[in-house]
Design a protein around this ligand. Structure first.
Ligand code: ADE
Length: 421
């Protein structure tokens, strides 16, 4: 490889990283079975791949599967604060997979790392947030003809890609892993639910029970957050802009109101909407003293940080992932994880058992797009139903859960319109 072969914090962290990667793999039975299958079949033999993903132990296990499938892979971080430095060290030194990622890297380094991953000249890319695809379509167009396709992990990335496709600007096929049922129904809901509360608790160590917790949005991620906050004893308020989702939240038993009414009541506010300034200046103006504001959406735009920076007379860091902003009227507002994904910045991201399904979708979709790219158009495709269902079956089997099978009579009934009451 040209220039630096990798860029990580500290290679001596590798042994600790290896332990944690192996620990995670114990919770990832679907990936283990894919490892066995693909190390025999080698469907990605010699394929150059660049992945822009959160550098976690779960991602390390996905990388091991892609490597076992024959891919020549490099990785870069998909967020400046989500890298686990020991995992990055183990990927480089134990598994010999080049990584460009350092927890806390600044914006310039983040983009240098993205470019370093693209210097690998991939024919397949894997994104979590669409950064690689976006750079290939803008600043590095000379590489477009070399790339046969990509896969995308997250809701925000898929929204970006669909906007590109709608403008006719997308020039490669992309598989939307996020749309698979075995991805968003589990990762977005149970993964975000658990890991977000984990991040809020690790960063603040404040009791959730009895507090008022505001969940910004009621998509799959936010409903996971609302559900788990309620499970910990919080009084949960949901804010929404979509009438149907708001109605679902009401019927799920949550109080629903605009953010401007929720903010003065909140002890905690956590956003996961995919949109900007969900928590804005006028919300900060009415918050209670000590309110803890965080975000679990992909980009750090959901909280208007420039506004609170401007309003504050002083800023201090009382705990590692907490910035406390003192306002002129004496109130303090706490922002967790610099407004970046609190579940990855202050905790370890989604638990391995859900990433098992998300990353099985990633691995199988990458192989699918590579093998079928000649037939695919430059569009955003759903994960093929067969892949999604196979993953659900694998997971159930690994969990020791059996389900019923349709009888021939039931199958015929479902396929006919003749039989009525
Ligand atoms: N996104 C959310 N949680 C994650 C994890 N544990 N690994 C990789 N990407 C993630």
């Amino acid at each position: 490889m040209s220039k630096k072969e990798f860029d990580i914090k500290d290679i001596s962290l590798a042994e600790q990283g290896r332990w944690r990667i192996e620990w995670a793999m114990k919770e990832m039975p679907v990936l283990r079975s894919l490892m066995e299958r693909y190390s025999k079949e080698r469907p990605l033999e010699g394929v150059k791949m660049s992945g822009c993903l959160h550098i976690t132990t779960e991602t390390a296990n996905l990388a091991r599967i892609l490597q076992a499938a024959g891919a020549d892979l490099v990785l870069t971080a998909s967020n400046p604060l989500s890298t686990q430095d020991d995992t990055a060290a183990a990927l480089v030194s134990v598994y010999e997979i080049p990584v460009f990622a350092i927890k806390g890297e600044d914006n310039d380094t983040y983009y240098q790392h993205l470019n370093a991953a693209l210097d690998h000249r991939p024919s397949l890319t894997m994104d979590d947030g669409a950064d690689l695809v976006s750079i290939i379509h803008s600043k590095r167009r000379d590489q477009l003809s070399e790339v046969v396709g990509s896969t995308e992990e997250t809701t925000t990335g898929v929204i970006r890609l669909r906007a590109m496709a709608a403008e006719g600007a997308l020039e490669i096929p992309v598989i939307s892993v996020n749309d698979a049922d075995t991805k968003h129904l589990f990762d977005n809901r149970y993964g975000t639910g658990q890991s977000t509360l984990d991040g809020i608790i690790r960063s603040t160590n404040i009791l959730i029970a009895g507090k008022t917790f505001v969940a910004g949005g009621y998509g799959w991620c936010s409903r996971g957050i609302a559900m788990r906050a309620r499970g910990l004893g919080a009084n949960v308020i949901v804010t929404e802009i979509n009438p149907t989702k708001a109605l679902e939240a009401v019927m799920d038993g949550f109080r629903v109101m605009p953010m401007i009414e929720a903010a003065p009541q909140a002890d905690f506010i956590c956003t996961a909407t995919g949109d900007k300034h969900v928590v804005d200046k006028h919300h900060f103006e009415v918050m209670k003293d000590g309110c803890c504001v965080s975000n679990s959406g992909h980009f750090n735009v959901e909280i208007n940080l420039p506004a609170i920076e401007e309003m504050a007379v002083e800023k201090r860091r009382p705990r590692t992932f907490v910035d406390e902003y003192l306002l002129a009227d004496g109130r303090s507002i706490r922002v967790l994880g610099e407004g970046r994904l609190v579940n990855l910045a202050a905790a370890e991201g989604h638990p391995s058992a859900v990433m098992d399904m998300s990353f099985a979708n990633q691995a199988m979709s990458a192989i699918y797009v590579y093998q079928n790219h000649e037939k695919l158009e430059n569009k955003v495709y759903a994960v093929p139903k067969e892949i999604d269902e196979e993953i659900a079956r694998f997971k159930l089997q690994a969990m020791g859960v059996d389900i019923d099978v349709l009888t021939p009579e039931q199958e015929a009934y479902l396929n006919s319109w003749h039989e009525g009451t």
